[in-house]
Design a protein around this ligand. Structure first.
Ligand SMILES: *[C@@H]1O[C@H](CO)[C@@H](O)[C@H](O)[C@H]1NC(C)=O
Ligand SMILES: *[C@@H]1O[C@H](CO)[C@@H](O)[C@H](O)[C@H]1NC(C)=O
Ligand SMILES: *[C@@H]1O[C@H](CO)[C@@H](O)[C@H](O)[C@H]1NC(C)=O
Length: 508
């Protein structure tokens, strides 16, 4: 697994600078959810595509400081702290702009994108509405604002999430009475289980089992979600342990889990790892799904053409990687950085020093081998511009179904018997390898956007609610999970109340 804080972050400012002439600022493209009031996210973001004087997209970086972005409230009298780091250079002619609001801009925001003082695309942009201005006021002032989804499905969410649809096939109906009886009995002693109810968009829970610390991640996401959308009343169990639980083919009960497997019937949610990273972007977390996009190492031709792996000893094949690496160092550089599961083999295999995650992308090929379950680094590896060699696995995360072996990554047998051969193939077919790397990167950039994670949670809650039989309830032993003070019900819903809005955070 990709434990929070496992990798030391080293910033690598090694994007190439292209000498390909002037940028046509008005022909550049600017797009993304951060320009729409509908996407109320912890960190809002949008993209800039540099376009050259010939009208064609740049495909290499025109340099770090190519674009400047200024964001301020539309109403000049409002004072809102807005953190706008310089655009992240994605190394391929496109940039990612992130910004976090520390206050509510009641009228909205003005976003200016400049290239050497010239307006880029249709800059300046005005963002009016949404949390920033006008969600429909909720009936009860104390309830959180329905902000991501004024009037129904959250904007820009896909009509259907295929993985969720497949997961729910086994559950045409969800009998809550049976669920309450069976899930605790069968799974409470299997690690960590959290029983949640969302009633009137408020969150309640009780924990079952010994290892429930990771409820902080599910709490965090569910609270964030209920601050943005009105959720239907639902009652469900989240498994906060590593392994999926429901192995029954018939009479299965639905349990929500972070990792799925072909042998189980659990309903998959985005992992705590990508969820936390999304919520804490530009705050507690530095190697999140957005920043990794601006730290993908040297351009393809300058990467070391060897496969790379560093990680803990959480699965035996990882140790096998090290022997392959010792036998063929010209193809593979692999090392174990932390010993826990196979300590008795540490002496023989050796311990490698930690490597900053962004430094992985100095290598052309990245090896993804499962940990205890799916390796939660996979989305991050896919976002670099390296080719990912993925071990075949019964485990999957919520987005894997959108990716195709051979199109977005190279598959490798579970026992790794064809790994070296695949690396050699990539070396011999450089253009094709690069094409696959690019396709994988593009797909995951789209699939793992922060807005898509919310969409996915929302979709699961929604489909789940439709299948419930019986009435979801807050049970006597459930405690309320309060919204954090500093971004509770901030925003325009509370506009009618005296004072306060400006000092409360816009949050996500
Ligand atoms: C990439 O390699 C070329 C030629 O070897 C070199 O001129 C260039 O500086 C390198 N760029 C980076 C970003 O390392
Ligand atoms: C230029 O880049 C934009 C944004 O990535 C993309 O949508 C468009 O298809 C590209 N145009 C061409 C001609 O490749
Ligand atoms: C690895 O797995 C394949 C099937 O996927 C099998 O044919 C092969 O014999 C295995 N190799 C080793 C060394 O176990």
């Amino acid at each position: 697994m990709f434990r929070v804080g496992l990798f030391v972050v080293v910033s690598a400012a090694n994007s190439p600078v292209c000498e390909c002439g002037r940028i046509r600022s008005e022909r550049c493209l600017v797009w993304g959810p951060g320009l729409s009031p509908a996407a109320v996210l912890p960190v809002r973001y949008f993209f800039i595509q540099a376009v050259g004087s010939d009208g064609a997209n740049l495909t290499l970086s025109p340099g770090e400081g190519t674009f400047q972005v200024k964001i301020r409230p539309l109403d000049a009298k409002e004072h809102v702290r807005i953190h706008v780091p310089p655009p992240l250079d994605r190394g391929d002619g496109s940039f990612l702009v992130r910004y976090r609001l520390y206050g509510t801009a009641l009228k909205g925001l003005r976003v200016e994108v400049l290239h050497r003082d010239a307006a880029v695309a249709k800059s300046p942009y005005s963002i009016r509405g949404g949390c920033l201005v006008s969600p429909p006021p909720p009936p009860d002032r104390n309830s959180p604002c329905p902000r991501l989804a004024p009037g129904g499905r959250p904007m820009q969410c896909p009509a259907e999430e295929a993985r969720a649809a497949a997961d729910f096939e086994a559950f045409p109906t969800i009998d809550l009475r049976r669920l309450r009886e069976e899930v605790p009995r069968r799974f409470a002693n299997r690690g960590g289980l959290v029983h949640y109810a969302i009633i009137d968009n408020r969150l309640y829970r009780r924990t079952l089992g010994k290892y429930t610390d990771f409820k902080m991640f599910s709490d965090e996401m569910l609270l964030s979600l209920t601050r943005k959308v009105r959720l239907p009343d639902v009652e469900f169990y989240i498994n906060v342990g590593d392994w999926p639980l429901e192995t029954r083919k018939v009479d299965a009960v639905p349990v929500l889990s972070w990792c799925g497997s072909v042998d189980t019937r659990d309903i998959v949610l985005p992992t705590y790892e990508v969820t936390h990273s999304t919520l804490e972007t530009m705050r507690g977390v530095t190697n999140d799904l957005l920043s990794v996009q601006g730290n993908t190492g040297p351009p393809w031709t300058n990467k070391t053409d060897r496969a790379f792996f560093r990680g803990r000893d959480s699965r035996e094949e990882r140790l096998h990687l090290v022997s392959l690496s010792k036998a063929s160092p010209e193809l593979l550089d692999a090392g174990i950085t932390g010993w826990f599961f196979f300590r008795d083999r540490e002496k023989q295999v050796g311990k490698a020093p930690l490597v900053g995650f962004f430094d992985f992308f100095k290598y052309k090929y990245q090896v993804n081998v499962d940990g205890t379950v799916a390796a939660y680094r996979f989305p991050y590896l896919m976002l670099g511009n390296s080719l990912v060699l993925k071990q075949d696995s019964q485990y999957y995360e919520f987005f894997y179904g959108h990716l195709k072996a051979g199109t977005h990554y190279l598959p490798v047998r579970r026992n790794l018997s064809d790994l070296l051969e695949k690396i050699q193939w990539a070396k011999d077919h450089d253009a094709e390898a690069q094409r696959i790397a690019r396709a994988g990167q593009a797909a995951v950039r789209e699939l793992l956007q922060p807005s898509r994670l919310y969409c996915y949670y929302y979709a699961v809650m929604h489909v789940y609610s439709e299948r419930q039989v019986g009435r979801p309830a807050r049970h006597a032993d459930m405690e309320p999970v309060p919204q954090p003070d500093d971004h509770a019900a901030a925003c325009a819903c509370e506009r009618g109340t005296a004072g306060g809005e400006a000092s409360t955070r816009d949050e996500l």
